[in-house]
Design a binder for this molecule. Structure first.
Ligand code: NAD
Ligand code: IPM
Ligand code: MN
Length: 354
């Protein structure tokens, strides 16, 4: 079976980490019956600065024909903030209607957490991915004057809120998880998040799962104090963005945080949670594990459960043997970590297939 994957390495360390993810996927082709056809796209800062184009509509149409999209990161200090973020990344999320941003926060080794005495952290964030404060509704009035007004509206549709909450419950049920926690700020956002609370209460009736609720400020505290108490967490777009960087930090940092942007009915786009990291780009020290684990998530989504687990296991072994980059207190280069994961993948595959 040939799987068609659109690849967008993007900017900065996006390029460096995607190269390692592809290295691992190519090794997998040798070790299993899976085969890929990769098509690479140049979208990102360089392409924008040369052509003025971010992500054209024809590319969105083309992406729909792929089994999945594998993405690095965008963002460049030479480009005004928002142009590439909205023009490329959010455009994919919105126009492909990838309404779920699935972001696991999983501790692969006790030494990776800065939290004393915590050795079991296994949370899955279900972040709403097409609405909320990200919708892009709003504008300026009297721009540039002392009376300027800047409005950024938060959009919450019954349809959008219900489908992501339903996904969270379905996901929890399907993966044998026990509890779904809603995180919002309904004590202040008394319209928008009142809707979230009502829909959550309603949908939860259909499932035999424990439920729980936190306001986002308390959630930030609680994730540090007792991260082990969370299982599946569903939350609006902006809160999901912030809490998953926090989540990354309690399990080893942004260098290991993977994600999937998905719509169960159409396609999926898989990418590390981190950005283009201009501060370390080109130094060959970016941690490729988030990108490699995003490739593993992509395989799981493509129903290649076994191969997905192999990659995850290979990453676990690389971490256990301290074959990691400086952000995780190792001394390896990006490509060396990729090489080690490839080696461990071979070991894992041989163990499993005999
Ligand atoms: P960032 O995630 O790029 O970096 C934050 C910090 O984490 C930096 O110190 C960086 O060096 C470190 N870091 C991130 N990934 C790492 C890795 N794999 N290995 C080692 N260290 C890593 O966030 P930022 O600095 O706020 O943003 C930089 C640019 O990236 C901006 O233009 C922003 O808009 C963009 N961005 C893009 C995405 C995306 O494409 N998905 C996500 C976040 C930010
Ligand atoms: C992320 C990023 C994006 C977001 C930005 C770059 C638009 O921070 O994927 O977490 O805010 O969703
Ligand atoms: Mn983010």
């Amino acid at each position: 079976m040939k799987l068609r994957i659109a690849v967008i390495p993007g900017d900065g360390i996006g390029k460096e980490v995607v190269a390692e993810g592809l290295k691992v996927l190519k090794k997998l082709e040798e070790l299993s019956r899976v085969s890929f056809e990769f098509k690479e796209y140049p979208f990102g800062a360089e392409h924008y600065l040369k052509t003025g184009e971010t992500l054209p509509d024809w590319a969105i149409e083309e992406f729909k024909k792929f089994d999945a999209i594998y993405f690095g990161a965008i963002g460049d200090p030479r480009v005004k903030p928002g142009i590439l973020e909205r023009g490329i990344l959010l455009k994919m999320r919105f126009e492909l209607d990838l309404y779920v941003n699935l972001r696991p926060v999983k501790l692969y080794h006790p030494r990776l957490t800065p939290l004393k005495g915590k050795n079991k952290i296994d949370i899955v964030f279900v972040r709403e991915n097409t609405e909320g404060l990200y919708a892009g509704a709003g504008g300026f009035l009297r721009k540039g004057t002392p009376q300027e007004i800047a409005v950024q509206e938060m959009i919450n549709t019954r349809f959008g809120v219900e489908r992501v909450i339903r996904f969270a419950f379905e996901y929890a049920k399907r993966s044998g998880r026990k509890k779904v926690t809603l995180v919002d700020k309904a004590n202040v956002l008394t319209y928008a998040h009142d809707l979230w609370e009502r829909v959550f209460a309603e949908v939860s009736q259909e499932y035999d799962l424990e439920t729980d609720h936190y306001y986002v400020d308390a959630m930030a505290m609680k994730m540090i104090r007792s991260p082990e108490s969370f299982d599946v967490v569903v939350t609006p777009n902006m809160f999901g963005d912030i809490l998953t960087d926090l989540g990354a930090e309690i399990v080893g940092g942004l260098g290991i945080a993977a994600s999937g942007n998905i719509n169960p009915e159409t396609t999926g786009m898989f990418e590390p949670v981190h950005g283009s990291a201009p501060d370390i780009a080109g130094k060959r020290i970016a941690n490729p594990l988030a990108a490699i684990l995003s490739a593993s998530m992509m395989l799981e989504y493509l129903n290649l459960e076994k191969e997905s687990k192999w990659i995850e296991e290979a990453v676990k072994r690389a971490i256990a043997e301290n074959k990691v980059t400086p952000d995780m207190n190792g001394n390896l280069k990006t490509y060396e970590v990729g090489d080690w994961v490839v080696k461990f993948l071979e070991v894992v595959a041989n163990e499993e297939e005999g």
